[in-house]
Design a protein around this ligand. Structure first.
Ligand code: FAD
Length: 240
């Protein structure tokens, strides 16, 4: 009997080569890995960082590749500093010269052409939304609805009509503010495509909202990025 083939994504050894504050709560960490030289990437793919909790337990956290320079093996990762967890901590503490390992790139999103695209999410999805908008064909319209804490979190997304939603001091992750904003949008005619990326349950709830606005079920990409009150579900599945 033959042994089943187990496919694992490769583990890359990288070094932090630069850090930059994009906003008070979003830090760009640039990593360089020899093994990423010449890599061919699709828009909004991500990597799984192999990190450690303070207890020493190994965990994985996923971050979108905001930009890549394959000629030198560099990736820009934009990390939300939401205050808790190994990912947020890594973003806050990363310094040039630090070593870090990651797996990937991964990500199943396949961009399909459409007259317009509606992208909805919170600040953890801002890097993916920007990468998707940058990859759209000329003439395809992008409308984005993004929830952030306040105006200090806003970043330009060239090529998109962006509707910013401010939660202020309210907790992150509920669907209500994004629902109200999507309900109030003036959407173009024709068949659009939808992308929902953010807190898992909020994004599932928002699928119904997009369908009520006329988007086809099959034209909506939904991806849970995090879960209210609970660490990333991959936490217990990191390799030893
Ligand atoms: C495909 C994919 C791409 C992603 N790309 C990015 C990216 O480019 N940039 C980015 O910042 N994030 C991104 N995320 C989200 C990120 O992986 C999660 O937010 C992750 O939980 C962060 O890990 P952590 O260790 O900081 O917090 P965890 O240990 O996972 O969680 C600790 C606590 O923080 C809360 N929490 C987790 N994430 C958030 C959040 N975003 N806002 C508020 N509270 C939170 C949890 O509910 C929990 O209570 C992506 C996720 C996926 C699946």
């Amino acid at each position: 009997m033959s042994t089943p083939l187990v496919r694992r994504s490769p583990t890359h050894s990288a070094e932090v080569v630069a850090v930059a504050d994009l906003t008070p709560r979003m830090r760009r960490v640039t990593v360089r890995a020899e093994s990423m030289r010449g890599a061919e990437l699709r828009p909004a793919q991500d990597v799984e960082l192999l990190l450690r909790e303070p207890s020493g337990r190994r965990v994985k956290r996923r971050y979108t590749i905001s930009a890549a320079r394959p000629e030198v093996g560099e990736l820009d990762l934009d990390v939300l500093l939401h205050g808790e967890g190994p990912g947020s901590r890594w973003g806050a503490e990363a310094r040039p010269g630090d070593a870090v390992e990651f797996q990937g790139p991964r990500g199943k999103l396949e961009l399909r052409g459409a007259p317009w695209h509606l992208l909805v999410g919170d600040e953890s999805a801002l890097p993916a939304i920007a990468a998707i908008v940058a990859a759209l064909a000329a003439g395809e319209r992008a409308i984005a609805v993004i929830e952030v804490t306040d105006a200090a979190d806003e970043r330009p997304i060239p090529g998109a009509d962006v509707h910013w939603v401010h939660r202020g001091s309210d907790p992150a992750g509920g669907p209500d503010r994004l629902t109200t904003a999507v309900d109030g949008l003036d959407l173009p005619d024709g068949d659009g495509r939808g992308y929902l990326m953010g807190e898992s349950r909020a994004m599932v709830a928002l699928r119904g909202v997009l369908e009520a606005r006329g988007l086809d079920h099959d034209a909506i990409f939904v991806k849970g990025y995090w879960n209210i009150g609970r660490p990333d579900r991959l936490a217990g599945r990191a390799p030893r």
